[in-house]
Design a binder for this molecule. Structure first.
Ligand code: ACO
Ligand code: OAA
Length: 376
């Protein structure tokens, strides 16, 4: 038994996986061997789910069947929607509301037979319905029923706004879902498989995954980036001046740095490009100007050379903002996509399951003399 301490499990191999590989030195991400750039440009989120869950990109006939099955699971029980409304009225944060609602879904799972992919696809299909209902409740609006004719991405935007999205919005959102679907054993996926390794149900894994993703060092950073951009804007300063001050004050910059990538995240490159397109077509390039100015400054300051480069969260929020999506839905949208990856990993891990149970080096006292309560 090794006594070497690996804080944060950095670099520790705990499982084999065929699902995704992150090459942090060159900035490359593949899902089952397919380059993320090709998937983002050429495959829908449903194709990616099929790839992750069933091992191959679907044929047209397989895709049609897969999409139909997923779309048929979108409806969420009225009790869950009522809870979502209660949470919205109580001012709950969207990630916390999503965590609670996903946990509640298991009560309404007709089969509840423990089949990870069957239950996981129900959860994945229902998350957009929950989120859209939550946002509409906050706006004082009734939930919009899912439309089985629309894609996973298109249907979410439809349920959110009440009108069918244009092609650019649907394609952009679908691409964002593809980009966020999987990423090796990141903290939330690891959480999901730790839970799955006890043979708990997949509802528990996804609920745990949502909790882990919500933190500011992980998925929560996409909202933090947008909050930072607003702070820059409100300061009235030039973004370069603002970021120079922030660095001088020792601030950690959200959307920068990654445990695995030592260069710019390939997904950040794709999202930046998308933001550029959106800025060009809308004529509003403010967030593009701010983000690129901040990135250039940090690069000149040597941060990128030290391996602290833009990650997936740096540009995603600005893309969602261009689509009119509220800031605090950015992380739940990440969860909407990553749920597919959590399900895939739990399914794969349980196929050759071993309880995950690391150790801590004990640093407490060797012996303590017990004193009964009444004598303390
Ligand atoms: C989807 C995702 O989860 S992607 C990550 C999203 N999270 C963020 O964007 C939050 C900001 N980034 C970070 O906090 C970190 O880069 C993490 C947590 C993502 C990864 O960091 P770790 O591998 O744990 O590295 P750690 O936190 O130890 O940082 C190493 C060094 O880089 C510095 N550093 C890391 N990230 C940043 C940052 N965003 N801004 C400034 N400095 C940073 C640290 O201060 C530290 O410097 P030091 O060695 O001089 O003390
Ligand atoms: O891999 C990680 O550590 C963080 C993550 O989930 C991602 O970058 O998508």
């Amino acid at each position: 038994m090794s006594n070497e301490l690996k804080r944060g499990l950095e670099g520790v191999l705990v499982a084999e996986s065929e699902l995704s590989h992150v090459d942090g030195e060159v900035g490359k991400l593949v899902y089952r061997g397919y380059d993320i750039e090709e998937l983002a440009r050429g495959a829908s989120y449903e194709e990616v789910l099929h790839l992750l869950w069933h091992g191959s990109l679907p044929t047209p006939a397989e895709l049609e069947e897969f999409r139909e099955r997923l779309a048929a699971e979108r409806s969420v029980d009225d009790d869950v929607i009522a809870t979502v409304r209660t949470l919205a009225d109580a001012g709950e944060r969207p990630m916390a509301a999503l965590r609670t609602a996903v946990s509640m879904l298991s009560a309404y799972d007709g089969d509840d037979d423990g089949d990870v992919l069957a239950e996981g696809s129900k959860i994945t299909a229902k998350i957009p319905t929950i989120l859209a209902a939550f946002e509409r409740a906050r706006q004082g609006e009734e939930a919009v029923d899912p439309d089985p004719e629309l894609s996973h991405a298109g249907n979410f935007l439809y349920m959110l706004t009440g009108s069918e999205p244009d092609d650019v919005s649907e394609e952009t959102f679908d691409m964002a879902l593809t980009l966020h679907a999987d990423h090796g054993l990141n903290a939330s996926t690891f959480t999901a498989i730790v839970i799955g390794s006890t043979m708990a149900d997949v509802y528990s894994s996804v609920t745990g995954g949502i909790g882990a993703l919500s933190g500011s060092l992980h998925g929560g950073a996409n909202q933090d980036v947008m909050e930072m951009l607003h702070e820059v804007d409100d300061s009235g300063k030039d973004p370069v001046e603002w970021i120079a001050d922030a660095r001088e004050n020792g601030r950690r910059i959200p959307g920068f740095g990654h445990r695995v990538y030592k260069v710019k995240d390939p997904r950040a490159k794709i999202l930046e490009e998308k933001l550029r397109d959106l800025a060009e077509s809308s004529g509003d390039g403010k967030w593009l100007e701010y983000t690129t100015a901040i990135e250039s400054y940090l690069e000149e300051e040597g941060l990128v050379e030290k391996g602290i480069a833009p990650n997936v969260d740096f540009y995603s929020g600005s893309v969602y903002d261009a689509m009119g999506i509220p800031m605090d839905l950015y992380t739940p949208i990440f969860a909407m996509s990553r749920a597919g990856g959590w399900v895939a990993h739990v399914h794969e891990y349980q196929d050759d399951n071993r309880l995950i149970r690391p150790r801590a080096r004990y640093t407490g006292p060797e012996t303590s003399e017990f004193v009964p309560l009444e004598e303390r």
